[in-house]
Design a protein around this ligand. Structure first.
Ligand code: MLC
Ligand code: AMP
Length: 498
């Protein structure tokens, strides 16, 4: 194959007038039309000076052209780097600068702010949105075919930034092989075919919405109802015309909160898949009682794509993330990497074609998490039972997952510690009915100082996306510490969690 990613996922659909994207606001984009658009965008990227191997950073709202930009990058061998639309200019500056992106594509509504970001780090800038933008306009007049650039399975296809326990985000480098192998495995395991219609209400800047949902549908040749965001009314309207859905647990709890969501409404559906955060066993049970469907839970992460899945045909066990995928080796190990016997709790490690190539420009971070023998240390604590089912029992890494978005306390603590009057801080996740967890900040004032909480919140809002900002603040005299002097987050969670 010339370009394995493009040739596996996209090229087979050339000339096919079958529906690919159903747009809830009206209209359908066929597979062929989508690919013709991708070719136009590839020409437009070349026109902006983007070359094979360059990073293309994209922070735009979910729209067909953004997805076509992913296909365009694949066809021309550029590295697609999607960014959460909630990120502030400060956050985007870091990603564009750290990745050395050649181009930043931003939303026209934030053009001034984002152009300044690009200018500041020497990247080109263009706009794109559902309503158009300079990149869309440039693409409109281009040829609808593009000569696919030859690539290798080990060439990089995408960067996804993932925050870290040190507070500094790391660019996870994903190769063509990583994406292809996982998508092929999942399509087969979950029995996706060209007859499937997937309800797609996830963002497309993360693994879940982009690589799990979209890549699987591309391999299968099916269609997606391409919704801009989660909207329960829209899901309910489209459910009778769809066959499958993928979502984070919040999708399922919100559907269950709606009386219209029942057995009749889901009669045409064959599969509901959940992941990115723990699905409560209660939600699983309630869902089955209401609809007769057992949610299929799977487990993965940015660096590895998907690692485990409950079976399609066998028993889907509530509270577990299922079995290791057919081509993924999974072991539960101690901190030194010694494999533990089945039934014992330890750190989940995985190895296979799904595992990323390392963190961009961070060889020491890569070496900390990726063993020489190829096993990636997920940082998740798990246990595997005699039949192979894996249960994630906690996290060895200090991480909060809110509505499927990751929040690393360290990133927030560094900001809080730098505020006037703050001696030190700790951020912990507290339970939240809708989002699973949300961050709470505990602040200790310097001796004799007053903390101006409004000023702290303003500084936080300037620095990080809204979803990361602590929902609550507490000011205390001292943080609980163990005898080693380490802050006891367990104690803080116990105190404030209720
Ligand atoms: C939105 N808000 C959130 C939030 N999403 N706050 C905390 N956590 C979140 N996840 C805030 C906004 O800032 C805003 O704040 C308010 O909520 C309303 O915004 P919204 O956009 O209208 O929210 P809503 O549509 O309700 O979004 C919630 C959500 C969404 C859960 C539907 O966050 C979502 O689609 N999450 C999916 C994330 C995902 O795809 N994760 C996969 C990662 S990949 P205010 O104060 O301004 O009102 C991965 C690997 C794997 O983890 O295994 O899949
Ligand atoms: P991310 O870094 O955004 O890719 O998030 C990956 C993390 O999400 C994993 O390391 C897990 O902690 C968590 N995760 C993903 N899927 C599940 C799941 N089904 N159950 C529990 N945790 C999950």
């Amino acid at each position: 194959m010339n370009n394995p990613l493009f040739d596996t996922m996209f090229a087979p659909h050339l000339g096919k007038e079958t529906p690919f994207l159903h747009l809830p606001e009206g209209g359908v984009i066929t597979h062929d039309a989508f690919l013709r658009r991708a070719a136009q965008l590839a020409h437009a990227l070349v026109g902006l000076g983007v070359r094979t191997g360059d990073r293309v950073a994209v922070q735009v709202g979910k729209c067909p052209d953004m997805l076509a930009l992913y296909a365009a990058c694949a066809q021309m061998g550029a590295i697609f780097l999607p960014l959460n639309t909630a990120y502030t200019a400060t956050e985007v500056t870091y990603f564009v600068s750290d990745s050395g992106a050649a181009l930043l594509v931003g939303d026209p509504a934030r053009a001034d702010e984002l152009r300044a970001v690009a200018d500041g780090v020497g990247a080109a800038f263009a706009t794109l949105s559902a309503g158009g933008g300079s990149l869309s306009d440039a693409a409109d007049t281009q040829a609808e075919t593009f000569e696919t650039v030859a690539r290798n399975v080990d060439d990089l296809a995408a960067f996804l930034y993932t925050s870290g326990t040190t507070g500094r985000s790391k660019g996870a480098m994903l190769t063509q092989k990583n994406l292809i192998s996982n998508a092929v495995t999942l399509t087969d395991l979950w029995q996706f075919t060209r007859d499937d219609v997937l309800l797609h209400a996830l963002p497309i800047f993360h693994t879940h919405g982009l690589f799990v949902a979209t890549n699987v549908m591309l391999i299968a040749g099916g269609a997606m109802v391409f919704m801009p965001k989660l909207d329960v009314d829209q899901l309910i309207e489209w459910m009778p015309k769809a066959t499958t859905m993928m979502g984070v647990p919040t999708f399922y709890t919100r559907l269950l909160d709606d009386a219209r969501f029942d057995r009749d409404l889901t009669a045409n559906m064959r599969l509901f898949i959940s992941g990115s955060a723990p699905l409560l066993a209660d939600t699983h049970v309630l869902f089955e009682q209401r609809t007769g469907h057992r949610i299929l839970e799977r487990y993965g992460m940015t660096e590895t794509n998907m690692n485990t899945s409950n079976p399609y045909e066998g028993e889907r066990r509530a509270g577990t993330v299922g079995l290791p995928l057919p081509d993924v080796e999974l072991r539960v190990a101690d901190a030194q990497g010694n494999e533990l016997p089945r039934g014992e709790t330890g750190v989940v490690e995985v190895r296979g074609d799904n595992v990323f190539a390392g963190y961009w420009n961070m060889p020491e971070k890569t070496a900390e998490e990726l063993r020489e023998n190829g096993f990636f240390i997920t940082g998740d604590l798990g246990v595997q039972d005699a039949e192979g089912y894996v249960t994630i029992v906690g996290r060895g890494k200090d991480l909060i997952i809110s509505g499927g978005y990751n929040i690393y306390p360290k990133e927030l603590e560094l900001i809080l510690d730098a505020q006037k009057g703050v001696l030190e801080s700790a951020v912990v996740g507290i339970p939240h009915e809708d989002l699973g967890e949300v961050p709470l900040a505990v602040l200790v004032p310097e001796a004799g100082a007053q903390i101006d909480l409004e000023a702290v919140k303003t500084a936080m809002a300037e620095a990080v996306a809204r979803f990361k900002q602590p929902r609550e603040y507490r000011i205390v005299e001292a943080l609980p510490r163990n005898t080693m002097g380490k802050v006891q987050k367990v104690a803080l969670r116990a105190e404030y969690g209720a």
